[in-house]
Design a protein around this ligand. Structure first.
Ligand code: ACO
Length: 405
C-alpha cells in the first residue's frame, strides 16, 4: 500500500483511479471483506456466526460501539431504540405531499432528509451527543418511515409502532397490520427479516457508504448525510439490484419460464444486448458472496415454512445460478451470486412489494452508514472529501459575442 498523500506532499504526484478500483479512501476498523475467500467480518466476527447467534439490534450495537452487548447492555440499547420509534406527527403531512404511486426510495430520500427539519437537537455532526441521538433516532425511525411509505402507497392508515415487539416484528406489524384487528407476528417472517437486516447492516466502502462519508465530510447534519446514502443505494448497480433481480426473474417467468433460461443467459453473455444477470457480480467478491449463501438458506426455510417451496421464481433462480457456475463467461470473470440474488425472493414471499425491496435494504444499512460516519468524524486525520480530476476539456479560449457564434 502506497501512502499517496506523502508522495503528493513531496512531489505533487497524484493518481487517476476512476471507480476507486485501487484506492483506499479511508482507514476503517468496522467491516473486513476478503473478496477472494468470500469472507465478511463485522468488527472481527464472521457474518455466519452473527447471523446464527445474534439479532439485528445486537449487530447494531456491535457496529456502532465496537463490541457485542452483554445482556444488560442489550436491554438498555433495545429500550433506547424502542423509545424513539415514533416520528413527529408532522412527518405524515410531509409524506402526504407525495403522489401515491411515488417510488418508495424517492419518498424515503425525502423523509430521511426531512428528519433534519424536525430534530434540531441532533443536527450538529461534530457534536458527539448530537451524533449519538441522531444515530438512535435513525435506527429507530427507519422501519416506521419505510412502513409509512408503504401504507401510503396502498391507501391504508399508518400503523403506530408497537414497542413490545422485536425490531423486525414491529416492522411487520407496521407493514401488514391494520387498526381493525390485532396483528399476529409470524415468527418465521420475523426471523427471516431480522437476518436480512443483519446481512445488509454494513459492507465497508461501497458506493452508498462512500457517499455518506463524502456528504458528511462537509459537516452537513447526520440526517442529510444518511439521505444521500439512501439516494445512492437506489441505483440498480447497488441496492436497487434486489428489485432489478426480481423484475428480471418475473420477466423470464412471463416469457417462457425455466425453458427459456438458457436463451436468457446467451443474451447476458452477448455484451451488445446490454442485459446483465442482476444479483450477480461484485466489485470486491471474486468468490461466492457469504451473504448470498446465508440468504439462500433463509430463502429455502421461509418458502418451505410458508408452503411456497414450489415458487417458480426460486426454481428459476436456482437454474440461473447452476448455469452461471458452470459457464466459462461467468467462471472466467469470477461472477457469483451476491446478496441481492435471493433476498428479493424472500422479501416477496414475506409479502413485501418489489418496489419496497431497496427501502428495506436502506433500513438495514442505516446502522452501517452511521457507524462509518462516526468513525470518519472521530478520525483526527479526517478532511473534507475532495476528489481531483484529469481535465480533458478545451483549454483557455475567448468568448465571442453572440452575433459571431
Ligand atoms: N452480468 C453479466 N456480466 C457481468 C455482470 C453481470 N451481472 N457483472 C459483471 N459482468 C461482467 C462485465 O461486463 C465485465 O466484463 P468484461 O471484463 O468482459 O468487460 C466483467 O464482468 C467485470 O465487471 P465490471 O462491471 O467491470 O465489474 P464492477 O466491479 O465494475 O461491477 C457490479 C460490479 C456493478 C456489481 C456488476 O457486477 C453488476 O452490475 N452486477 C449486476 C448488478 C448487481 O447485482 N448489483 C449488486 C451489487 S451488490 C450490492 O450492491 C448490494
Amino acid at each position: 500500500v502506497i501512502d499517496i498523500r506523502k508522495l503528493y506532499a513531496q512531489t505533487g504526484m497524484f493518481t487517476y483511479d476512476p471507480g476507486f478500483l485501487s484506492t483506499a479512501a479511508c482507514q476503517s476498523a468496522i467491516t473486513y471483506i476478503d473478496g477472494d475467500k468470500g469472507e465478511l467480518l463485522y468488527r472481527g466476527y464472521p457474518i455466519e456466526q452473527l447471523a446464527v447467534n445474534c439479532d439485528f439490534l445486537e449487530t447494531c450495537h456491535l457496529l456502532l460501539y465496537g463490541e457485542l452487548p452483554n445482556a444488560a447492555q442489550k436491554q438498555t440499547f433495545t429500550e433506547t431504540v424502542t423509545k424513539h420509534t415514533m416520528v413527529n406527527e408532522q412527518m405524515q403531512f410531509f409524506l402526504r405531499g407525495f403522489r401515491r404511486d411515488a417510488h418508495p426510495m424517492a419518498v424515503l430520500t425525502g423523509l430521511v432528509g426531512g428528519l433534519s427539519a424536525f430534530y434540531h437537537d441532533s443536527t450538529d455532526i461534530n457534536n458527539p451527543e448530537h451524533r449519538e441521538i441522531a444515530a438512535i433516532r435513525l435506527i429507530a425511525k427507519m422501519p416506521t418511515l419505510v412502513a409509512m411509505a408503504y401504507k401510503y402507497s396502498i391507501g391504508q392508515p399508518f400503523m403506530y409502532p408497537k414497542n413490545s415487539l422485536s425490531y423486525a416484528g414491529n416492522f411487520t406489524h407496521m407493514m401488514f397490520g391494520t387498526p381493525c384487528e390485532e396483528y399476529k407476528v409470524n415468527p418465521v417472517v420475523e426471523k427471516a427479516l431480522d437476518r436480512i437486516f443483519i446481512l445488509h447492516a454494513d459492507h465497508e466502502q461501497n458506493a452508498s457508504t462512500s457517499t455518506v462519508r463524502l456528504c458528511g465530510s462537509s459537516g452537513t447534519n447526520p440526517f442529510a448525510a444518511i439521505a444521500a446514502g439512501v439516494a445512492c443505494l437506489w441505483g440498480p448497480a447497488h441496492g436497487g439490484a434486489n428489485e432489478a433481480c426480481l423484475n428480471m426473474l418475473e420477466h423470464i417467468q412471463a416469457n417462457g419460464g425455466i425453458a427459456k433460461v438458457g436463451e436468457f443467459m446467451e443474451k447476458v453473455k452477448d455484451k451488445s444486448s446490454g442485459v446483465k444477470l442482476m444479483g450477480f457480480g461484485h466489485r470486491v467478491y471474486k468468490n461466492y458472496d457469504p451473504r448470498a449463501k446465508l440468504m439462500q438458506e433463509t430463502c429455502n426455510q421461509v418458502l418451505s415454512e410458508l408452503g411456497l417451496e414450489k415458487d417458480p421464481l426460486l426454481a428459476l433462480a436456482k437454474q440461473l445460478e447452476k448455469i452461471a457456475l458452470e459457464d466459462d463467461y461467468f467462471v472466467q470473470r469470477k461472477l457469483y451470486p451476491n446478496v441481492d440474488f435471493y433476498s428479493g425472493i424472500v422479501q416477496r414471499a414475506i409479502g413485501i412489494p418489489v418496489s419496497l425491496f431497496t427501502a428495506v435494504f436502506a433500513l438495514a444499512r442505516t446502522v452501517g452508514w452511521i457507524a462509518q460516519l462516526n468513525e470518519m468524524i472521530g478520525d483526527p486525520e479526517y478532511k473534507i472529501g475532495r476528489p481531483r480530476q484529469l481535465f480533458t476539456g478545451t483549454t483557455k479560449r475567448d468568448v465571442k459575442p453572440l452575433a459571431q457564434r
